[in-house]
Write a protein that binds this ligand. Structure first.
Ligand code: KG4
Ligand code: ZN
Length: 341
């Protein structure tokens, strides 16, 4: 018997719903992005995000059911992100999911958003074949809100190896893009500009933080700002492209080096790249050059926030018997795992 789960995701600025079968087959994956709305503020405006979720959630869920050709009675459960994320945004998805589960008599499965980013790797699409993933696995989750290195020893067993002490990698891309007047979101704009720039044009700092698996990008961001301040008058040709390329090279080098070192230390069988920043082709290439084991990246739609990944993670939790209590609250700072000793 197959298990069909409706996933709901509203932790940041994407209102998303998806139907997934057996944690692998995507029957539908609907995403209403608010990116153009937030672009005018240069970043996500939390209150606006919550209000957009309120408007979008019902039509997005209806569309996900319609595109999957299923009704409520064909579902086994509803999986919903309850953290980490923006409080007001999480509340909309969780409350909707509770109401729907209660009304339809379906079990509700709580999902950690970061766990969703990991389980995106178990999904299949027309262009993406199911892969055999042998534990232990190392995952680098890099997005607008997260930069984490996670060791996954089995389904549901995570060890936190390190993470950012200040800005997330995607946040650094977004902030530097703003300094370079490249618009929002910054990651794709920086990657595009960097293709025409020289990554060695500016010597920018790399925060190695000795032998830890932690990251820090605030010093790098300040160094970019300081370097740009020297050009008060007309900016020389290629300044933006060269700075974009130099900045990207600095972020990518630290992410890729630490990922490769962790892969060696823990003897993992494969490396999984997840989150919006993992769409970056220079990062993918840099990790692949340094790691001997298979390195898996995802199609863009599964790198960034979506509900198929929440349904996939929810399927595993559902099969383990995990159910939400009706008084479940949001958990905006929910960690995926404790820091290993
Ligand atoms: O996973 P995601 O959609 O949302 C969060 O959970 O935060 O990630 C969005 C982040 C943004 O900061 C965006 O600038 C970054 O991913 N991003 C990229 C690229 N595409 C998106 N960063 C670097 N290179 C890219 N090609
Ligand atoms: Zn995310």
């Amino acid at each position: 018997m197959s298990v069909r789960i409706l996933g709901i995701e509203t932790s940041c600025d994407e209102t998303a719903a998806a139907v997934v079968e057996d944690g692998q087959a995507i029957l539908s994956n609907v995403i209403a992005s608010q990116v153009t709305l937030h672009a005018q503020y240069g970043g996500v405006f939390p209150e606006m995000a919550s209000r957009e979720h309120v408007k979008a959630i019902t039509p997005v869920v209806q569309q996900a059911l319609r595109e999957a050709h299923v009704g409520w009675c064909d579902l086994d459960a509803i999986a919903v992100t309850y953290g980490p994320g923006l409080p007001g945004s999480l509340l909309v998805g969780l409350n909707f999911a509770k109401g729907a589960a209660f009304g339809q008599g379906l079990p509700l499965v709580p999902v950690n958003h970061l766990e969703g980013h990991l389980y995106a790797h178990w999904l299949r699409t027309d262009t993406l074949q199911a892969k055999i993933l042998d534990f232990p696995l190392l995952a680098l989750i890099v997005s607008g809100g997260h930069t984490e290195l996670i060791l996954m020893r089995d389904h549901g067993q995570y060890e936190y190896l390190g993470g950012t002490l200040d800005d997330a990698a995607g946040e650094a891309f977004d902030k530097v893009a703003r300094m370079l007047e490249l618009g929002y979101p910054g990651g794709p704009a920086i990657e595009a500009a960097a293709r025409r720039g020289n990554p060695r044009a500016f010597e920018l700092p790399r925060a190695w933080l000795s032998d830890s698996y932690d990251f820090s990008f605030s010093g790098l961001k300040t160094a970019v700002l300081r370097a740009l301040k020297k050009y008060n008058g007309p900016r020389p040709a290629h300044l933006v492209e060269d700075m974009a390329a130099s900045f990207q090279a600095a972020v990518v080098e630290v992410l890729a080096e630490k990922t490769a070192r962790a892969a060696r230390e823990f003897g993992v069988n494969s490396v999984l790249l997840s989150g919006g920043v993992s769409a970056n082709t220079v990062l993918r290439q840099a990790v692949r050059t340094r790691v001997t084991e298979p390195v898996y990246a995802l199609p863009l739609v599964l790198c960034t926030d979506n509900a198929a990944m929440i349904a996939a993670a929810g399927t595993y939790r559902f099969q383990e018997g995990v159910r939400a209590d009706w008084d479940l609250d949001i958990a905006p700072g929910l960690p995926l795992a404790k820091r290993s000793a």
